[in-house]
Design a protein around this ligand. Structure first.
Ligand SMILES: *Cc1c(COP(=O)(O)O)cnc(C)c1O
Length: 241
C-alpha cells in the first residue's frame, strides 16, 4: 500500500468515526483533497484511488495544474471537481471562473458581482459558498458574521445574481493552540448557527453546505455539521514552506 493509500484510508475511517459519534451518515460529508503545492501526479494518484474533489487556493498554480490533469484524464469516466478555497483577487476572476467548478471563498459582494459578470460571459452558473470570518481574525478574509442584518443584506445582493448558485457557508477556524482549545469547535458551531439563520431568512435556497474543518480540526467540524471537509496535509503529507 502506498503512503497516499494509507493516508486516505485513515482519513475515511476518521470521517466515518466522527460521523458515527454525531449520528450522521458519512455519505453526507464530501472530502475535498487540498492539493495546493503538490504536483499533478499527486492529484492523479489520488484520483486513481477514487478521490473526486480537489481544492486549490491560488489561481496561478491552478492555471497550469488543472488543464494538465484534465489532459491526463480525457478518457476518465469521472473527472475531478475543482474547488477554489483561497482568497480570490478581483483581477484573477477572469481566469478563475472558467477553471474552477466551485468557488468557496466568496468574501465580498463586489467579488460576487465580478464572478457573476464572468460567469454570464461564459454561460456558466457557478456554485459558490460565502466565506465567513467567524473569529474576526485580521489575517483572514470573509464576511463579518455580525451585525447579522449587514450579512443578510450582502446575502440578499448575492442571491440576486443569476449566474451564481449559493450553496452554503465556509470558514477557517483559528489554529488551535492546545488539544483542548475550544475555539475551533466554537467557530464551527457559530457557522452552523449562522447558516440556520440564513436558511430561515432565505428559504428559497437549500443552504446545504457547511465547508469547515482541515487536517487539524475536521473531526470537530463534523461534530458541528460540516458537509465538506478540506484536507491537505493528512492526505498528501507536509507542504514545503
Ligand atoms: C490549505 C488549506 C486547507 C487544508 O489545510 P491542511 O491543514 O493541509 O489540511 C483547507 N482550507 C483552506 C482554505 C486552505 O487554504
Amino acid at each position: 500500500m502506498t503512503e497516499l493509500e494509507k493516508n486516505l484510508q485513515t482519513i475515511y475511517e476518521r470521517i466515518a468515526n466522527a460521523a458515527a459519534r454525531a449520528n450522521r451518515d458519512p455519505r453526507t460529508i464530501t472530502l475535498v483533497a487540498v492539493s495546493k503545492t503538490f504536483p499533478a501526479d499527486a492529484v492523479l494518484a489520488a484520483h486513481a484511488l477514487g478521490v473526486r474533489h480537489f481544492g486549490e487556493n491560488r489561481v496561478e498554480e491552478a492555471t497550469d495544474k488543472i488543464p494538465a490533469i484534465a489532459a491526463q484524464l480525457v478518457s476518465a469516466t469521472r473527472v475531478p471537481t475543482w474547488h477554489l478555497i483561497g482568497h480570490l483577487q478581483s483581477r484573477k476572476v477572469r481566469d478563475a471562473v472558467p477553471l474552477f467548478d466551485a468557488i468557496q471563498s466568496v468574501d465580498t459582494v463586489a467579488l460576487a458581482q465580478r464572478i457573476e459578470q464572468r460567469a454570464a460571459q461564459l454561460g456558466k452558473v457557478m456554485p459558490i459558498l460565502l466565506e465567513v470570518n467567524i473569529a474576526g481574525e485580521a489575517s483572514k478574509s470573509g464576511f463579518a458574521p455580525a451585525p447579522r442584518e449587514q450579512f443578510f443584506a450582502a446575502t440578499r445582493a448575492i442571491l440576486a445574481l443569476p449566474h451564481l448558485d449559493p450553496q452554503g457557508l465556509m470558514t477557517i477556524a483559528p489554529m488551535a493552540t492546545a488539544p483542548d482549545d475550544p475555539r475551533p469547535r466554537a467557530t464551527f458551531r457559530a457557522l452552523r448557527e449562522l447558516r440556520d439563520a440564513v436558511r430561515a431568512t432565505f428559504p428559497e435556497r437549500a443552504w446545504q453546505h457547511l465547508s469547515m474543518g482541515m487536517t487539524d480540526d475536521f473531526e470537530a467540524a463534523i461534530a458541528e455539521g460540516a458537509t465538506i471537509v478540506r484536507i491537505g496535509r493528512a492526505i498528501f503529507g507536509t507542504r514545503a514552506p
